[in-house]
Structure formats: C-alpha cells, structure tokens
Design a protein around this ligand. Structure first.
Ligand code: SAH
Ligand code: F3S
Length: 481
C-alpha cells in the first residue's frame, strides 16, 4: 500500500473565519502536499476580501474550489472522482460554479474544460490573485483560465486565513517552485521556477501567529535549503547581484536563525530538505537552537548510484551517507525521514538491493514510499520507458515498506525511558482521556490528559511504543511553557 503525506487530511473540508457582509459561499478543499493546504489558506484569504465566506457544506456552496495534485497518476484520479461528486451536487444546486486550482490546473490548462464539463474555472498556482477577476468572468457566463507562471509571485503580502486550524500549529511558506528538475517529477512544470519570499514578511507572519496563540510553525518549500533572499529575483541571477545585495543576502540557515530568535518559545520545523542543497550550517543552526525541532525530512528516492544519476538527483549514495553522518554527529538525537520511489525505469534487482542497504544504514524514523508513476512531460517520460512491470514495482514497494516498519519500531523503542518535551495538539484519536502531541523528533506521543490543555508544552516520560506512536505519562510542564 502506498503511504502519502497528510493521508489523514486528504480532502478534508475546511472551516474559516467569516466576514460580515459577505454574501456568497465558498467550499474549498485540498489534495496533495502541505504547500497545497497552505495555498488554499491564501486563496480563502483573497476571496474573503471579495465577497466569499466559507462553508463546510458542499450543497450550500456558490463556488467550489478544489486544490489539486499531479505528483502521481493516482492523485489525479482522486480529483477526477471528486469532480463526479460535484457533478451530482450540481443537479441539486445548479447555480454552483466549480474551479480547479493547483498542479492539475497548471498541467492540463484549458484542456481541463474540455475533459471535465463540470469545470468553469482553471487557475494555476501563481495566478490566485487574479481569482476575483476570473470569478467575475464566470459570473458573466464564460469559462475562465489563468495558468500563467510567475518568476516573482510569493504571496508574501497576503495574510493567510488559517483553515481547519487547531490554533497551535501552522504552515508558513518560504519558497515557491523548484529548479531541481528531478527527471521523474512534475513539480518544476506545475509550480514553476523557484523563488524565495522576503524574510521580513515571513517574520511578520510568524510574529502574528505567535500573538494569536500558535506554538509551532513549519516553514514550507519544495526545497527549503535552496532559500535565498537578496532583495528579490531568481536564485540563478544572484551572481549578478550588487556587492551590497550579496553582503546582506539571507540564506536558509540565516532565516532559520532569524525565526528561532524572533520567537524563542515557538517551535520551528521545516520541509522539504534536498540532500544536494542541505549545507552544514543548517545543521549547525539546528543544533544551536532548542526551539528548532530535531527532525529532517531528507528524501533520497533510491539507494543506487546509477538510478540516482538517472533521476538527476545530483548526489551519490556516498555523499548522502556523509550528510547523514554529519547530522548524527552534530545532532545525535535527530530524527530523519525519507521519500523513496520503487520501479523507476531500468531499476534492477541489484539497484533495489542498494535501496534496502541504504535504508539499513540510515534506519529512518519515518518514510513515505511510492511506486514510480510516469508523469507526462517529465524527462523520464520523454527519454525512458516505464519498463518495470507493475507486480515487480509492487513487490519492491512492499519490501521497503516492511523494512521501514522495522526501522520505525527500532527508532521508537529508543525513546522508551526518556523524558521528552511534547507540544499538545489535540485529543488522541483512540481515547478521549488522552492528549496527542509530538516530540521534537516529530513522533506522535499520547498520554493521560490530567489538567493539561492543547498548546501546553509538557514533559512526558515515555513508557511504551508502537512503530508509529509513543505512549507515556506527563511529569510536569516543560520550562518552555
Ligand atoms: N521536494 C518536494 C517533493 C515533492 S514530491 C517536497 O517538498 O517534498 C514528494 C515525493 O513524491 C517525492 O519525494 C517522491 O518520492 C514522490 N514522487 C514524485 N514524483 C513521483 C513519481 N513520478 N512517481 C512516484 N513518486 C513520485
Ligand atoms: Fe520534485 Fe526534485 Fe523538486 S522531487 S519538487 S524536482 S527537488
């Protein structure tokens, strides 16, 4: 079975603050990565200023927006199924308009209007500020499409409304797009060139979240280590920047430190790191600040040097090990997770064994594993044949999932007997008498509620575990509280 990030959140409808005087109702839902969830908060904010309050009720909506994912074929099929549901609802509510946002919108463009008759509006990830105009066009009875990608847009000036929020943890996006061009990946095509957001606007958003009671922020980007602000502009043009711009430039390590110092009691996480772009200074900054969580999502995709090269991953297996060694040397208790793809074109049994042995070396705390899915327009699709049979992909996937399960249990067992700081997020799904939160390493911890409440930082003594969850008992507030 495939695991996906945010599986529990897929398609959840979102709640939103309301604005008096707004007459129309927006139903917005998101699929795919955390960036999509974060983008939907920007979209809701833009539409809140333009006459739309949100509803959780699809049947009541004047406008339905679905923020889509193209990363694997299965993700696209899920969205198509959802459109069938909208079609059924439209029979009861004929005035309802339907818009598609995100990566599928960008990939399919106006073809979407032909393929799915239900769709009135197609808007790519860099065109959300145009939504009020596009909705006006739809109101006049036309279809509307804007899929123009931008080299500047970061939505840094939009204050996102927090959708479906627990009021404790939030996402803050710091870069958009990706320039890495991994040969299997559709993201560079759907999200465009990489750009970084002004650190000042990031800090303002973080300070505002703290004032509103939030306790943890995850800095988001397709490739956060590549963050670089020198007054705007693409990273590749940094060579042309003035001496002044170069002297005052902010890289990811600087940004992390700025955040950690701006709100010393707030926890910071970040995602995603790419091995070829992660530098030692980022690890050193993490080690220096208690409030930067000791967890790195470090996708590797394959353990075979030949496959890594075919994937255009820009690093070797040996370089990856060196990075892992450095992380463990500077931050011994740092948790590390992976993304892995099985059955990339030409992958042999030998390559697959290299993946298993790489996993054995790292023993990841978590993992997100996928069978290769050919994506139209990518280099792999154009230059390589999808030649690993589905049953072999599946068997290899099962093998790495099983191995990951063993390693996850090995890792959670290391926590038993320790006292760890946990930020309480919500009641445990399994038991209303227990709180659920996460430790610095991002592992879920559950423990009896006593008099603690969501948002508290609590020291918990870990007594038991499964491969995914730590179980313990609170021993008091942590000094961060
Ligand atoms: N840098 C991004 C990566 C997004 S894609 C980030 O922020 O995480 C997430 C994961 O999906 C990738 O790491 C990869 O493991 C998987 N993936 C991407 N393209 C894929 C494809 N064509 N088939 C199968 N899995 C894929
Ligand atoms: Fe995709 Fe590689 Fe960028 S996986 S998002 S092209 S780092």
């Amino acid at each position: 079975m495939e695991k996906t990030i945010d599986e529990s959140k897929q398609g959840e409808s979102l709640v939103l603050e309301q604005k008096e005087g707004n007459q129309r109702k927006l139903f917005i839902e998101s699929y795919g990565c955390q960036m999509n969830f974060s983008d939907s908060e920007i979209v809701a904010s833009i539409l809140l200023e333009n006459g739309f309050n949100t509803t959780q009720n699809l049947e009541d909506a004047d406008l339905v927006l679905v923020n889509t994912c193209s990363i694997r074929d299965k993700a696209e099929q899920t969205v198509r199924k959802r459109l069938e549901k909208y079609n059924a609802v439209k029979k009861i509510n004929p005035g309802m308009k339907v818009g598609v946002l995100g990566c599928m919108a960008e990939r399919l463009k106006s073809k979407f209007l032909e393929e799915e008759k239900i769709v009135d509006l197609v808007v790519g990830p860099d065109a959300y500020k145009d939504l009020p105009n596009l909705v006006a066009e739809v109101d006049e009875g036309q279809n509307a499409v804007n899929v123009i990608l931008s080299k500047e847009e970061t939505y840094g000036d939009i204050s996102p409304v927090r959708l479906n929020s627990n009021g404790i943890t939030a996402f803050v996006s710091i870069t958009r797009g990706c320039d890495n061009m991994c040969t299997f990946c559709v993201v560079p095509f759907t999200r465009g060139r990489e750009r970084s957001r002004d650190p000042q606007s990031i800090l303002e958003e973080i300070n505002d979240l703290w004032d509103k009671g939030y306790k943890e922020v995850t800095l988001l980007g397709q490739n956060v280590d590549s963050y670089l602000w020198y007054g705007g502009g693409l990273k590749k043009d940094f060579v042309k920047a003035s001496d002044m711009q170069k002297a005052t430039a902010v890289n990811f390590s600087n940004l992390l430190e700025l955040c950690a110092k701006a709100q010393p009691k707030m926890r910071f996480r970040f995602s995603t790191s790419n091995p070829q772009d992660m530098t030692l200074d980022v690890i050193e900054t993490m080690a220096k600040h208690n409030n930067i969580c000791k967890y790195i999502h470090l996708p590797v995709q394959s353990g075979s040097n030949r496959i890594l090269q075919e994937m255009n991953r820009q690093h070797t297996r040996e370089e990856y090990f060196e990075l892992i060694d450095n992380i463990k040397r500077l931050i011994p208790d740092c948790a590390i997770s992976q993304d892995m793809i099985t059955g990339f074109p030409t992958e042999t049994e030998e390559d697959h064994k290299d993946t298993l042995s790489l996993m054995e070396y790292v023993k990841y705390d978590f993992g997100f594993m996928f069978a290769y899915s050919e994506r139209p327009g990518t280099m792999a699709e154009r230059k390589m044949e999808d030649d690993v049979p589905a049953d072999i992909k599946k068997r290899r996937l099962e093998e790495i999932i099983n191995l990951q399960q063993d390693h996850a249990l090995y890792r959670t067992q290391q926590h038993i007997g320790r006292v760890e700081e946990v930020l309480i997020e919500k009641a445990s799904k399994r038991s209303d008498a227990h709180w659920s939160g996460r430790n610095s390493q991002n592992t879920v911890v559950v423990f009896p509620k006593e008099n603690y409440k969501p948002g508290d930082f609590v020291n918990v003594k870990i007594t038991e575990c499964t491969a995914a969850t730590l179980i313990g008992e609170a021993v008091g507030y942590s000094e961060n509280n």
